[in-house]
Design a protein around this ligand. Structure first.
Ligand SMILES: C[S@@+](CC[C@H](N)C(=O)[O-])C[C@H]1O[C@@H](n2cnc3c(N)ncnc32)[C@H](O)[C@@H]1O
Length: 240
């Protein structure tokens, strides 16, 4: 059994998959490109190098999830189809009239899923990767109350505070807690993502958060596996 991801009409396999197997996978319904990963996610923009093995010679596709469409280049931008359930979990928590800040907004999946599935009145995204930001602008173009900024989240400031702040950068979200806390209303909610070993859930994340603010922890959710024994988690907390 070969493990693979499908994003739109692109099928992505691991480094050890042979060209012959890729040719077979190209026969799958609605697949027009097969890419092979070269290494792991790297760098500030959390991107992953990939080579075209067979099919059309492109890395851009159109992906559908939770009633929305996202256009993206799967090599130049971070995107994971495996986080669709987590995006809908957050959407289910957003109440009518909320103003939501998405730090590290990428190609806009959280912004557009929240715009489509909630009654938030303002959604602001901040993304440093210009390529991902430009896709986000296109992806969210039908929602005028989604505002997107191509800048370093460290420099972000805004003239109003938010009911909810999302921090989907598990590798180093703690470096941006000051920004999130500056932007969130008192009693507002922060969704803090982290990668933790099973034994460290949730204490290591709670230490990082509690060193910066007084808060009430609302939930701790496992939302994916990063490597054997290591998970992507989200701590939902209310700022007191
Ligand atoms: C793990 S990805 C998540 C992207 C998107 N939220 C998603 O779920 O597909 C983290 C994103 O943070 C962006 N990023 C990294 N450092 C940043 C910074 N200092 N300021 C703004 N964005 C940053 C990366 O380019 C990347 O798109």
């Amino acid at each position: 059994m070969v493990a693979y991801d499908v994003i739109g009409d692109i099928l992505i396999v691991g480094e050890d998959v042979t060209n012959e197997k890729c040719e077979e996978l190209l026969e799958k319904k609605n697949i027009n490109v097969v890419l092979r990963k070269k290494g792991i996610h790297h760098g500030e923009f959390r991107t992953q190098d990939m080579e075209v093995v067979c099919g059309e010679k492109r890395k851009e596709t159109l992906y559908k999830e939770n009633g929305v469409q996202l256009k993206l280049d799967v090599e130049k931008c971070y995107f994971s189809p495996r986080l669709g359930t987590e995006r809908m979990r957050i959407a289910s928590l957003v109440k009518e009239g909320e103003k939501v800040l998405v730090l590290f907004s990428g190609v806009g999946p959280y912004c557009i899923v929240l715009a489509k599935n909630t009654e938030a009145v303002k959604i602001v995204g901040v993304e440093k990767n210009k390529v991902a930001h430009d896709y986000a602008v296109w992806n969210c173009r039908k929602y005028p109350y989604v505002k997107l900024f191509n800048e370093d989240a460290k420099d972000f400031s805004f003239d109003e505070k938010f009911d909810r702040v999302l921090m989907p950068l598990p590798k180093s979200a703690e470096d941006f807690l000051d920004v999130a806390l500056k932007c969130v209303k008192k009693k507002g909610i922060v969704h803090f993502y982290d990668f933790l070993h099973e034994n460290d859930i949730p204490d290591v994340a709670l230490e990082k958060i509690k060193s910066k603010c007084k808060c009430k922890v609302l939930d701790v959710v496992k939302c994916g596996q990063y490597s054997p024994g290591k998970f992507r988690i989200c701590v939902d907390f209310q700022v007191l």
